[in-house]
Write a protein that binds this ligand. Structure first.
Ligand code: HEC
Length: 120
């Protein structure tokens, strides 16, 4: 009985901690995306690979490219060339959805270049 009480008292603390951790990660993404977008407006017409990545790719690849959800590859370890990346992002592969209908060729190139920059 003593053990249970201890657990019950601790549960809200644990939950609050979890929530806080999620929120600050989300805040960070939003702040960086906003910064990237305002940078794009100030800096001309080239699409921003980082902003595209944050919007379309993090669900499977994660912010740092390492998440590898649903069988996605760790992008920091990918050996594909820029052209191979462009082809795969455009047409998709296995569990990866194609982006030909979602992104312009310029956006695809920009995000492919961004994934190259994740490489360690
Ligand atoms: C629905 C989940 C999903 C999303 C969203 C997604 N990917 Fe992928 N990605 C995958 C999967 C799964 C693979 C591995 C495909 C395979 O080889 O079987 C992959 C592989 C890749 C690779 C090749 C890595 C290698 O070495 O083979 C690149 C580059 C890549 N993704 C970039 C992107 C970019 C850029 C975006 C956003 C525009 C994106 N992905 C969005 C699931 C996803």
């Amino acid at each position: 009985m003593h053990r249970m009480n201890w657990l019950i008292r601790l549960t809200p603390v644990l939950l609050a901690g979890l929530l806080l951790a999620c929120e600050s990660a989300q805040d960070q993404i939003e702040r960086q995306t906003a910064a990237a977008q305002s940078g794009r407006q100030a800096g001309g017409t080239a699409p921003d690979g980082l902003a595209v990545f944050r919007k379309y790719c993090v669900t499977c690849h994660g912010v740092d490219g390492k998440l590898a959800l649903n069988g996605a590859k760790d992008l920091t370890k990918s050996a594909l060339s820029l052209q191979e990346r462009i082809t795969q992002i455009t047409n998709g592969k296995n569990m990866m959805t194609p982006f030909a209908e979602v992104l312009s060729p310029e956006e695809i190139k920009a995000v492919a270049e961004y994934t190259l920059s994740l490489k360690k």
